[in-house]
Design a binder for this molecule. Structure first.
Ligand SMILES: [Zn+2]
Length: 311
């Protein structure tokens, strides 16, 4: 890969980090081994060397029919169903902003954009999957742009709300992405980031078997402290952090644990054995007990842009 200079931490610029472990692509099994390190100065976890975007392409499913069909079928889905799935997100955003222009970065199947548009929001999206961008633009009539956020060239101060649902951990430089978000948002804009919580005890307990490291697609794993510092550097101030662990994480954690420590392999999500059901039930009970606490494995951070940027 020809890396000559030490890789600097995207958060603090430090060049000293400790190797945690090197792991394979466990979700799709596409080969390779990816060293995960922790910055000695700020504790940010990231992959070194970071795969280039063109190399990363092959680690994402190229033909994601599931995603495509979901987006294509959006207009036929009942609003009740979307309300149940996405209503809580809209309601939480509504505490800060009730209307305006909203950008969803990495919109996936486009359901959140579609749902918010139906609710009267003026929406736009950016995603690197060109096929999905085309579909969302043509079928749903949404301003969807292809590529990285920086490629989309939105106007200064264009948005009142920006959302990233499970996206920031995938970008090459979160610092650069947040700087661009700062440029394209209005004063007091709301920024919503859903990501994993690397400070969860499960991360330490499971180590390389913690599903959420998701190598090599997750280039970064954040703690709330990491995120708050990154956000502050881009003139955003954390207003609240909501913690929870999705059931899917329990299923995948159990699957990886079983694979590597008990040497047994099967799809826990789609074809669980009785022992799997029991194990996941137990893990889910723990999940519910710690729900809302900093011990949970995922977090949604709500941050508000400062009125008078300092830099
Ligand atoms: Zn650092």
């Amino acid at each position: 890969m020809g890396v000559t200079e030490p890789v600097r931490c995207d958060l603090c610029g430090g060049s000293h980090h400790d190797l945690m472990f090197a792991g394979p692509d466990r979700l799709f099994g596409k080969g390779g081994s990816f060293p995960l390190v922790r910055c000695q100065d700020c504790g940010l976890r990231f992959i070194v060397p970071r795969p280039a975007p063109e190399d990363l392409d092959r680690y994402y499913p190229q033909e994601d029919y599931d995603l495509y069909n979901k987006a294509a079928g959006l207009k036929d889905r009942s609003m009740d169903e979307l309300e149940r799935l996405l209503g809580p997100r809209r309601d939480r955003i509504g505490v800060y902003k009730q209307a305006g222009r909203l950008l969803d970065i990495g919109f996936g199947d486009g359901s959140f954009l579609y749902f918010m548009k139906q609710g009267g929001w003026d929406v736009a999206g950016v995603d690197f999957n060109e096929k999905m961008v085309e579909l969302v633009r043509n079928d749903l009539g949404i301003d969807a742009r292809a590529g990285q956020l920086e490629d989309a060239r939105f106007d200064d101060g264009a948005f009142d709300v920006v959302t990233l649902w499970g996206v920031l951990e995938h970008v090459q430089s979160p610092r650069r992405t947040l700087a661009e978000i700062a440029r394209i948002t209005a004063e007091q804009a709301l920024l919503v980031i859903y990501t994993q919580n690397a400070a969860a005890p499960e991360a330490r307990l499971l180590g390389r078997d913690w599903f959420i490291y998701e190598l090599p697609r997750h280039l970064y794993s954040f703690t709330a402290t990491n995120l708050a510092r990154l956000l502050a550097a881009s003139d955003f101030c954390v207003s609240e952090t909501i913690y929870e662990t999705p059931l899917y994480y329990c299923q995948m954690n159990w699957q990886y644990f079983k694979e590597s420590r008990l040497g047994r392999k099967n799809d826990v999500v789609h074809s669980p054995a009785l022992a799997d059901r029991l194990a996941v039930k137990g893990l889910s009970l723990y999940r519910k007990l710690i729900n809302g606490s900093k011990w949970s494995s995922a977090m949604t951070v709500y941050a508000v842009k400062r009125q008078n940027p300092v830099g």
